[in-house]
Design a protein around this ligand. Structure first.
Ligand code: KG4
Ligand code: ZN
Length: 352
């Protein structure tokens, strides 16, 4: 360990993963511990907020201790604590924020509340050398939006979903097929052996101006097909998942072309499209968007799969970026169930 490195502890508790990580300002991930609550939520077929909050409370101290152990560090060697401050399931966010504040207070180091979406947006800069500005497609369980990432804390919203997110559509559809949360990875796996032309599904908003999305109609159409077929048949499941994945891929490509045009009008110097969030773990979507980026002269950048789904390293890294920009929160920060990315810089406040 080089003495002068800045080391940040990142804490993530906004959904169903209890996670903690230690990351340096020179982009080294010293530890990254993620504990999934998969078993706790399995009987209910989705994430139950109250169960999630209790599970975070039970596991968080142990997870932070493990992160420190794996990095061979003590709390005295940490230079700041970053914790997800929202958006997310509020019970879990409160757990992470309170323990983060407690540790920061006890060690007299900065507490940095992090917007979870911003952490997804900045992860590509932890794993690669991605300069500002870039176009971002953020696709997760609760979010689906295009943004221009202009700088740390400075985001321009271009368009997003009018109803459901892709992750939600995949999770609900997998549930109808009898699979637990998270459904995205299951659908990707089932689709591998299926015929993508087997079922025709709608492409909401395809060809329309702007880069909004709508997935509720697709979700309903998927449900109808499942109810009309032998849903437990392996060949049905493979064909259906391949068709659904292909349809979503086509929607993404169509919307992406519009978003690239909009982004380049505003910022002609953009050369990268970053794909981030849990759904970005999907190899099929990556491939489709890679082709689309190439056609438009942009380079697609995707963080490694383990850093696409929720983790503490992305929170710690966002903490590093904030400290580098002298953007620090205060111990009076209140956890937020909703927290849009616009106006982030003025909300967090800049240190003089
Ligand atoms: O970013 P994330 O871990 O949590 C949120 O902030 O929402 O994203 C979780 C979402 C879930 O909807 C999950 O089904 C989806 O990401 N997901 C995937 C894959 N891995 C996770 N969707 C498609 N393909 C995958 N391989
Ligand atoms: Zn997330």
């Amino acid at each position: 360990m080089v003495e002068e490195d800045m080391i940040i502890l990142g804490i993530e508790t906004s959904c169903d993963e209890t996670a903690a990580a230690l990351v340096t300002d020179d982009k080294r991930i010293l530890s990254n511990i993620v504990s999934s609550q998969f078993q706790e939520h399995k009987p209910f077929g989705g994430v139950v907020p109250e169960i999630a909050a209790r599970a975070h409370l039970i596991h968080i101290e142990f997870i932070i201790q493990r992160a420190l152990q794996e990095a061979n560090l003590s709390l005295d060697q940490i230079d700041g604590v970053a914790a997800t401050g929202g958006p997310g399931l509020i019970g879990g966010v409160i757990v992470g924020v309170m323990i983060g504040k407690g540790l920061a207070m006890a060690k007299n180091i900065p507490f940095i509340p992090i917007n979870h979406l911003e952490a997804h947006a900045l992860t590509a800069r932890l794993t690669g050398d991605v300069p500002f500005p870039y176009l971002l497609l953020l696709v997760s369980g609760g979010h689906c939006q295009f943004l221009i990432v202009e700088d740390v804390g400075v985001y321009t919203y271009l368009g997003g979903t009018l109803d459901d997110a892709i992750g939600e559509c995949l999770d609900k559809t997998a549930r109808l097929l009898g699979y637990p949360y998270p459904g995205g990875p299951t659908i990707e796996k089932l689709a591998l052996t299926g015929n993508p032309e087997a079922f025709a599904l709608p492409h909401p908003l395809k060809g329309q101006n702007g880069c909004s999305f709508s997935f509720s109609g697709l979700k309903t159409a998927a449900r109808k097909i499942i109810l009309e077929n032998e849903a437990s048949s392996p060949s049905f499941q493979a064909d259906f998942c391949a068709s659904l994945q292909k349809t979503i891929g086509e929607i993404l490509v169509d919307r992406c072309h519009h978003a690239v045009t909009m982004a380049l009008e505003k910022k002609p110097d953009i050369v990268n499209l970053v794909l981030a969030g849990g759904v970005a773990a999907n190899q099929y979507f990556r491939k489709r968007l890679e082709n689309c980026s190439q056609e438009r002269g942009l380079t697609l950048i995707t963080p490694p799969v383990s850093l696409c789904t929720d983790n503490g390293a992305m929170i710690a890294w966002a903490g590093v970026e904030h400290l580098n920009h002298r953007l620090v929160g205060s111990l009076t920060f209140a956890p937020r169930p909703r927290w849009p990315l616009e106006n982030l810089k003025s909300e967090i406040g800049e240190k003089s």
